[in-house]
Ligand binder design. Structure first.
Ligand code: SAM
Length: 279
């Protein structure tokens, strides 16, 4: 039976608040899991299982799938769509309200994340798994195309932002597929794309990730202001201290934060530590 029929049969009503746009094309779903590089050794967590179509495609490849879903009304639907799968476990909880350690305990080892993310919490979910856990090997997520472009942007471009620099500090993001809005049920107003993030916490020599993130936050505090001005605002330092820092990082006191590359942000975080700034 098609997912649409199972949803209708169970009297399921879409809840817009939860960003419920489901993927139903089996070939597309299989190709997402293939491109994610999931193998029979992998434990995968899926955020937002919806009707279970992606879950089934992951379960065909992975050792184990643990899916999280906020909407309990999907329970009868999932009992049908996931029946017969022995390696799947569904947890009906709001993933944003779960401490990361609790998720790690449930999984009990290293894991990958594969998900078609609810659009209203894309960034917080990504940051949760990128910043708060050391157990994640890789993340492959379907997101709105605009977010995908931000994740993979080059320094200085209009798409480049705090999320780009935060992700690039610890991994490599790559847009691996576009998905036309008509592939979703119901169809949203924008197209989507799949982004694969390979995590490598040793990619850069960052002494203190918290200082790095404080530098990133400061640089994008106001895009129109120079980095010197943003430093003065963020860290309550005088102009000459801020100018010293920017000269050490970029050699030009007029630069704006959005032109800083990941290497520059590493240098900025070292300056934050050197000058003992409060963050
Ligand atoms: N994985 C399915 C698919 O690809 O068809 C559904 C994807 S749909 C874009 C996002 C799903 O995330 C919805 O089923 C929604 O109910 C669920 N969701 C939204 N917020 C959530 C949260 N805070 N925690 C867990 N699941 C959530």
């Amino acid at each position: 039976m098609q997912l649409k029929d199972v949803l209708i049969k169970n009297g399921f009503h879409f809840n817009k608040r939860y960003g419920q746009n489901f993927l139903t094309d089996t070939n597309l779903l299989r190709s997402i899991v293939d491109r994610a590089g999931i193998t029979s050794e992998d434990t995968v967590i899926e955020i937002g299982v919806g009707g279970g179509t992606l879950t089934r495609a992951i379960a065909e490849k992975a050792k184990r799938v643990i899916g999280f879903e906020i909407d309990r009304n999907l329970q009868p639907v999932l009992s049908e769509t996931l029946s017969g799968l022995e390696n799947v476990e569904i947890i009906f909880k709001d993933v944003m309200k779960m401490p990361t350690e609790e998720i790690e305990q449930i999984v009990g080892g290293r894991f990958s994340v594969v998900a078609n993310l609810p659009y209203y919490i894309t960034t917080p979910i990504l940051m949760k798994f990128i910043e708060e856990s050391d157990m994640v090997d890789g993340i492959t997520v379907t997101v709105q195309e605009e977010v995908a472009d931000r994740l993979c942007a080059k320094a200085g471009s209009s798409e480049y932002g705090a999320i780009t620099a935060s992700v690039d500090a610890v991994g490599d993001a790559e847009k691996i597929m576009r998905i036309d809005r008509r592939m979703f049920y119901p169809a949203p107003n924008v197209d989507s794309a799949v982004v694969k993030i390979a995590l490598n916490k040793n990619k850069h020599l960052i002494e203190d990730l918290k200082a790095y993130r404080a530098g990133v936050r400061c640089a994008f505090l106001s895009r129109r202001k120079t980095l010197v001005n943003n430093l003065m605002m963020s860290f309550k330092v005088d102009r000459s201290t801020a100018e010293d820092i920017v000269t050490a990082v970029k050699g030009d006191v007029m630069v704006r934060g959005e032109t800083l590359t990941t290497e520059d942000f590493v240098a900025l975080s070292n300056q934050i530590l050197l000058k003992n700034l409060k963050f």
